[in-house]
Design a protein around this ligand. Structure first.
Ligand code: HEC
Ligand code: HEC
Length: 491
């Protein structure tokens, strides 16, 4: 399903990485994965799509002033039309100029006409694939999108367009059904076994679990079905003891470790991301990012303004809320974050480890760093961009560069007062969320690359940090669209 027939969803999402980015060198460097025309790439990490069908249709909760539901880091697959964000999510990559790149959604039906599973598709959905495509359809579908004058360059009769649209919808729904199945969202982790009394956690795992629910305050966003033992709201549970014990009974037996909400965790801009360098026309005359380093990732805020790199916000009454959600990204499930190929048993140096990338911009390279970030973001803040930490400090250890988006920063974490051991215990707990413990995870055995080894998890990947160039102001197409970001200007 791509112009050059070289890119499936699996190019960027493979089982052995928990269906996130499967290529260690990409995770370590350019963050975004190349598209069907390999000299183009996008702007964010390939999200794990385990449990993504659980996200409800995007809605604004007026009482809380928060958005819930939707798929993608920025919620742009809302579920508005198909009442399933995940089904609508699957419809984006085939026509994303940085991914599978079809210039017209009807290319899906066109390619399905000659697919091996054509009859099966017709049988399941009752669709008819006898659409009369014009003679130039092959040529159109073999050309990457971006430069066609319309989004529907294939000329179809209204009847045939309607059929192609039905096929496009059903194709998305089929993929979502797969993602919901036990082959992907398996509920087969140690933690699931623990919930039914079939696994006893080690003391380290149990300590991490208590910290996840308590001093770490993780459970207030990555819901695990237990009470959140944190009371201090400004800074997690930093003022209370670490020996908080939940004496209640589990309230939910299929927790997905997300509240389906959005938050700005204050991640710095990662100058490694491919998008910043795609500033001139490529072979097909298309410029993926004319804004260069003027591009800023405002996440949900950019989506509500229907801004660059996102999609059209279907609800204009939501646009007014953009300044209150700038910088917010999806509270991703914590499940399967530690899933790796069997021959590289961990994500953590010294390994042997499988190099992953974490958070929307891939700035974090190990789970140790991820927990250390939540723990010390506000302990070691420096008014610098990535690559410019002062002499005598080490980036990600005792220097955190300034956030890309300084507004709406979540202050319930950032100074958790966790010890080094406690951080490690939370990492150990996160590893109990890896599927494949009670039953083998399907198709996990396909990694043909090398494991990495050496170094420490605290500084993993630091040798590839590059200095952020002096940043031009945030582009007008992003930051000057009403209602503009505030109260702080985006640096
Ligand atoms: C070129 C790499 C690439 C390809 C190909 C690709 N994806 Fe993704 N996927 C990503 C990236 C990057 C994101 C996050 C994008 C964002 O938030 O802007 C993502 C996000 C997702 C999500 C959102 C998960 C969530 O919890 O919200 C799902 C589901 C998903 N992809 C499924 C698919 C499917 C299905 C296909 C094929 C139709 C596909 N992807 C093709 C890179 C890719
Ligand atoms: C206020 C809500 C909130 C709290 C509290 C919170 N998180 Fe998160 N978490 C998020 C958001 C939002 C993201 C995505 C952030 C991004 O990419 O910019 C995320 C992402 C993650 C991920 C997935 C990263 C990836 O790349 O897929 C993990 C794992 C995680 N958090 C673990 C934790 C742990 C451990 C704690 C406690 C120390 C914690 N979180 C506390 C909101 C929260």
């Amino acid at each position: 399903m791509s112009p050059f027939r070289d890119e499936a969803c699996a190019f960027c999402h493979l089982p052995y990485a928990g269906f996130s980015g499967p290529i260690p060198s990409v995770n370590l460097t350019m963050v975004a994965y190349p598209g069907s025309f390999h000299f183009r790439a996008g702007k964010r990490t390939a999200q794990r799509y385990t449990y993504s069908p659980d996200f409800p249709v995007l809605e604004y909760n007026a009482v809380q002033g928060l958005f819930f539901g939707g798929n993608f880091w920025d919620a742009r697959a809302t579920g508005y039309e198909l009442q399933s964000p995940d089904s609508e999510q699957a419809q984006h990559p085939p026509v994303d100029t940085g991914e599978m790149m079809f210039p017209d959604t009807a290319c899906i039906a066109f390619r399905l006409q000659s697919a091996a599973y054509k009859t099966l598709f017709e049988e399941v959905w009752g669709d008819s694939l006898d659409i009369r495509f014009p003679h130039d359809t092959e040529e159109i579908c073999d050309t990457p999108g971006g430069n066609f004058p319309t989004a529907t360059p294939i000329e179809l009769t209204p009847q045939d367009r309607a059929k192609a649209n039905d096929v496009y919808n059903h194709w998305g729904q089929s993929i979502s059904k797969f993602e919901r199945s036990l082959r992907v969202s398996a509920f087969s982790s140690k933690f699931d076994a623990f919930l039914v009394g079939n696994y006893t956690m080690t003391s380290e795992e149990m300590a991490g679990y208590k910290l996840f629910d308590g001093k770490g305050n993780c459970n207030s966003c990555h819901l695990d079905g237990r009470s959140t033992l944190c009371t201090a709201q400004q800074y997690g549970c930093s003022t209370t003891s670490s020996s908080l014990t939940d004496t209640g009974t589990k309230a939910l037996v299929r927790p997905v470790f997300t509240c389906f909400g959005y938050a700005n965790e204050g991640l710095p801009l990662n100058p490694r991301v491919a998008i910043y360098y795609e500033t001139t026309p490529d072979f097909f005359g298309f410029t993926q990012n004319p804004l260069g380093f003027g591009y800023r990732d405002l996440g949900l805020g950019t989506f509500l303004r229907s801004g660059p790199g996102s999609a059209t916000n279907p609800n204009s009454t939501w646009t007014q809320f953009a300044p209150s959600v700038d910088g917010q990204m999806q509270v991703a499930t914590a499940r399967d974050v530690a899933l790796t190929p069997p021959q590289c048993p961990t994500t953590e140096a010294p390994g042997p480890y499988f190099q992953k990338e974490f958070f929307h911009g891939g700035y974090i390279k190990s789970l140790k760093q991820l927990v250390h970030f939540y723990n010390t973001r506000d302990v070691f803040p420096f008014p610098v961009t990535s690559g410019h930490c002062p002499a005598g400090t080490t980036e990600k250890v005792n220097c955190w560069p300034e956030p890309e988006v300084p507004n709406n920063i979540d202050m319930t974490t950032g100074n958790l007062m966790l010890s080094d051991t406690e951080e490690n215990q939370i990492v150990t707990f996160l590893q109990t969320l890896t599927d494949g413990f009670t039953t083998p995870y399907p198709d996990i055995n396909t990694f043909t690359g090398q494991c990495m080894s050496g170094g420490t998890a605290a500084t993993q990947g630091n040798e590839l940090l590059i200095p952020t160039p002096p940043l031009p102001p945030c582009a007008t197409a992003i930051c000057d669209v009403a209602p503009t970001p505030g109260p702080s200007p985006i640096p």
